[in-house]
Design a protein around this ligand. Sequence first.
Ligand SMILES: O=C[C@H](O)COP(=O)(O)O
Length: 224
Amino acid sequence: MTSLLLSVRNAEETLLALQTQVGIIDFKDPALGALGALPAAQVQALLRLVAGRKLTSATIGDVPMTPDRIVPSALAMAGTGVDMVKVGIFKDGKPLACIQALSGLAQQGVSMVAVLMADQQPDLNQIVAIAQAGFKGVMLDTAVKNRSGLLQHLQMEEIQHFVALGRQYDLMIGLAGELRHQQVLELLPLAPDYIGVRGAASRGQDRISSLDVERIEGLLALLQ
Ligand SMILES: O=C[C@H](O)COP(=O)(O)O
């Protein structure tokens, strides 16, 4: 069954998420870009609130694609004890070298999710390297949040191919990128492990606004 990943940014939103059936609480600061990171100390404090009651993830931020920047950032976030560290794989820089460099963390037991950017013509061949490096999962999201979401950037066939490749390599699969109800309904037949949202769960569908419990419940109802 497909679950919901919900991006939260503070204690109030974490407590709200805990009262719902969301599958993954994702720590992120939506005001700081697509993968805006919360400080590790804040993630630690929020993890104490969750106390193991939900699966958690946290993004390392929009970090430049060089191993000397990416690896320490992922290590620092892993140190919070979060279940999964989300690493954005952006087009510029050395994405492949970063993926390969992160294999060392995977070997140390860090669970990582590689986030490919649908609006940066993602190279789906990177999924092989992501699997070989020992990542737990792979997801699609959008780097620029301007109300043109996943389905505006990739054809359904390409997303289907992404899901099939992820499955082939035994990766946990997530789909996100300014998804609204209609797009969630269109993507559900692909049976991703989770759908990730922030904007669709926020007041006025504005990802910078606070979360709206009715919108969250509405999204959860789609996944039943
Ligand atoms: O990880 C998922 C994202 O937070 C999705 O955000 P969005 O729905 O505003 O694109």
